[in-house]
Design a protein around this ligand. Structure first.
Ligand code: IVH
Length: 708
């Protein structure tokens, strides 16, 4: 390798000028590799070569801390800048949207809203329809008419402060007039096709980075630490919504957006009000027809219930509003050869078949892998045995049609039997785990075959560890998927608890860790400090990190809020079995069903699992969950609804109570704080009376929570 490469001048021999040059070279090489890997799905260098670049960068930074670049690769996790922007908590969460791909799903969306609100089928219900812009969302906070803060969406609750950059976008006014004293305007930052092409041409000329598509270019341009760079990029903005407000903007979505336009924000000219399902679908078709000539990327149509009071009543699920829907356009497709079918074993033992493909561009991104879901999918049938793709199976060597819908993983849509090589054999799905050899079993009714090796299966163990350190779980800086895998291979970390004893076992004088490839004194010390910092962990993150099947991030949040402390959670999971009060309480949580409850209790009842959890807990200091915030009179209380409700449906009552921070249970127990009883209330009302629990009627409830 040439001098200056990872095998070039040894780090100890670099002088300051050489080190500066070398850091610049490494930053751009790592940046390019990150982009190829994360953004284009087309790695250009091996993992080992990538690690060597990162290690050399870290070693030079450790020797010349003052030369560390503002865009240093050591600050980046994957393709994303992890540090550099201050974090901003959104005053109101930034939501995402539920997706639909077919007209039937749109009909169900409208019908579901009617059901939730208890409206008859003939009641008029108007929706707005507007393009779904393929950019990145931004929240702009105006106080007394001045732009005071701009934040990216982040995880919806906390975003990044990009105020200085947003000020450089000419579509975004610095001052607005006759607006509410507090107004958060939300919308999408995006780039026009011709601006994108010109930017890429300019970048290529200068030897800078080019972008895979306009959305990446917009994101990369907005998230620049140097706002002079953002200023030089042709970004645009469409306003389509709002967050916190000091006073309502209007009574309908349509008029509210017109007001935003009146304040000087660009709003989408194709937005329309539709008074029927047919009108919504017609609007979708009309927007799709114009898609190719708009000059910017859109990937669907967003429908929003027009009446804002009804939006309020509908509220939201954990991350998406019930009153809006994204109706996506059909995905882009491309044909390529399927080279091989590999099996990956996930953290819950699921055997997932992956298609290795001849690289092909689909929707502006190079794709080399696609999911094949499960064995039925490969065989050409769905979970009920009905044919899919007209029953055509998928074999190695086949020509397959690939599609990408939105940001999701590429999938195989079709097979060209005319091009099937002679001698191609049907794929035989393995019945033993390719990683540990244990039998791989398919339970009746399950579409997935699973390795039965449990904790002895190396793939499951590694995947569980990767999950454990992932961003929504322990998120330990310096200990990502790659590092944890390397430690696991060398036997340094075999289960989560080992992470917290790493220093006592291998950190003495830092010598052993320092001797590992890619670790220097500073990075080793940083790692131990980061691990120490995570010993104290919020309950919600801990529950998610355990990686129990069916328990995702949202469910972990619900469980944490319900039980408050680890001790209460653990005791309940240990005692909960069908029929017990603990089981009822668990199922009483909105969002927890039998499948999740069974999975949770099974994990705590399994001796090996339980021992692993206990060893982990012994290392931690678990932070109790913050009880649902708010000053509502029912925050933190357990409420039961019974009898007939006349002014709202049961679903609405429950959703509203939960939005106000209450827990809604299905049965009355000593833990119940309030019973809301409508006409016809029977045994629950009686039991509440016996237990001396406060009981009110529907009007009393509406008075209490300020509705009606
Ligand atoms: S409404 C509840 N309207 O799509 C409101 N979103 O998949 C959520 N987006 O994060 C947003 N065009 O970044 C809305 N006309 C539009 C949109 C739009 C693009 C983005 C937005 C959001 C994502 C959700």
């Amino acid at each position: 390798m040439k001098a200056g490469g990872p095998d070039g001048i040894p780090v100890e021999e670099l002088d300051e000028a050489q080190a500066r040059d070398e850091l610049a070279r490494l930053a751009s090489a790592i940046d390019e590799a990150d982009r190829a890997y994360h953004t284009e799905d087309a790695p250009r260098i091996s993992d080992a070569a990538y690690d060597a670049l990162k290690a050399r960068n870290a070693a030079i930074e450790a020797r010349f801390p003052d030369l560390k670049r503002p865009d240093s690769p050591s600050k980046r996790i994957g393709g994303v800048v992890a540090e550099g922007f201050a974090k901003v908590a959104h005053a109101r969460r930034m939501l995402s949207l539920a997706n639909a791909f077919e007209a039937g799903e749109v009909a169900e969306f409208v019908a579901g809203i009617r059901r939730f609100l208890g409206l008859p089928a003939e009641a008029a219900l108007a929706f707005t329809a507007e393009p779904k812009i393929d950019g990145l969302s931004l929240s702009l906070r105006y106080e007394a008419g001045r732009l005071v803060q701009a934040a990216t969406r982040g995880d919806g609750a906390v975003g990044e402060n990009v105020t200085a950059n947003a000020r450089t976008i000419s579509d975004i006014p610095d001052r607005i007039e006759n607006a509410p004293t507090l107004l958060e305007v939300r919308g999408e930052v995006y780039m026009h096709h011709d601006d994108f092409a010109a930017l890429n041409a300019r970048q290529a000329e200068r030897g800078g980075r080019t972008f895979a598509n306009p959305r990446n270019a917009a994101a990369g341009s907005l998230r620049q630490l140097d706002s002079a760079i953002t200023r030089s990029r042709p970004l645009r903005f469409f306003a389509y919504g709002w967050g916190a407000l000091s006073e309502p903007l209007a009574a309908t979505q349509m008029v509210a957006v017109e007001r935003l336009a009146g304040f000087g924000f660009p709003t989408n000219p194709l937005m329309q009000r539709c008074e029927s399902l047919e009108a919504m679908l017609a609007c979708w078709a009309a927007i799709e027809q114009r898609r190719a000539t708009l000059g910017y990327d859109i990937d669907g149509v967003v429908y929003k219930l027009d009446d804002l009071a009804l939006q309020e009543r509908l509220g939201m699920r954990s991350t998406t509003p019930r009153w809006a829907l994204a109706h996506k356009f059909p995905a882009e497709t491309a044909w390529t050869r399927l080279e091989a079918i590999d099996i990956q074993v996930g953290r819950t033992g699921a055997l997932s078949p992956v298609a290795r493909l001849g690289p092909v561009t689909v929707g502006g991104v190079v794709v080399a892998n696609a999911t094949l879901h499960n064995e039925d999918y490969i065989a050409g049938r769905d979970s009920r045995g009905a044919p899919i793709r007209d029953g055509k199976d998928i074999r190695a060597g086949d020509w397959v049609k690939i599609y990408r819908a939105g940001d999701v993983i590429p999938k195989v849509a079709d097979v060209d039997l005319g091009r099937r090589p002679s001698g191609a054999e049907p794929y035989a799905f393995p019945e033993a785990c390719p990683e540990c050899g244990s039998p791989a079993i398919r339970e009746p009714g399950d579409s997935v075959r699973r390795c039965t090796g449990g904790l002895i299966c190396p793939a499951q163990a590694v995947e569980r560890l990767k999950h454990f350190v992932s961003r929504a779980a322990f998120d330990i800086e310096g200990l990502g998927a790659k590092q944890v895998e390397a430690f696991w291979h060398d036997g340094w970390i075999t289960e989560p608890a080992d992470i917290f004893t790493l220093q006592s076992r291998y950190g003495s004088g830092l010598q052993q860790l320092k001797n590992r490839e890619g670790w220097g004194e500073k990075s080793a010390a940083n790692l131990f400090a980061a691990i120490e910092e995570r010993r104290r962990i919020p309950l919600q993150r801990l529950i998610f990190a355990l990686g129990i099947r069916h328990v995702g991030e949202a469910a972990a949040g619900l469980l944490a809020r319900q039980y408050g402390t680890w001790d209460a959670f653990e005791a309940a999971m240990t005692r909960a079995e069908p029929g017990s009060a603990e089981w009822e309480e668990l199922l009483g949580i909105n969002g927890v069903g039998e499948v999740m409850a069974t999975s949770l209790t099974a994990a705590f009842a399994n001796d090996a699992e339980r021992a692993l959890i206990d060893r982990l807990i012994a290392q931690l200091d678990v932070e109790p969950a913050v009880q649902a915030a708010g000053d509502s009179p029912v925050a933190g209380k357990t409420v039961v609804f019974t009898g007939t409700l006349e002014k709202m449906t049961r679903a609405e009552a429950k959703a509203r109570a939960e939005a106000l921070g209450a827990r809604v249970a299905g049965s009355v127990s000593a833990k119940t704080d309030l019973l809301v009883a409508g006409p016809g209330a029977g045994s629950k009302a009686k039991k509440a009376a016996e237990l001396g629990i406060e009981t009110i009627d529907e009007d009393g409830w509406l008075e209490l929570v300020g509705g009606g």
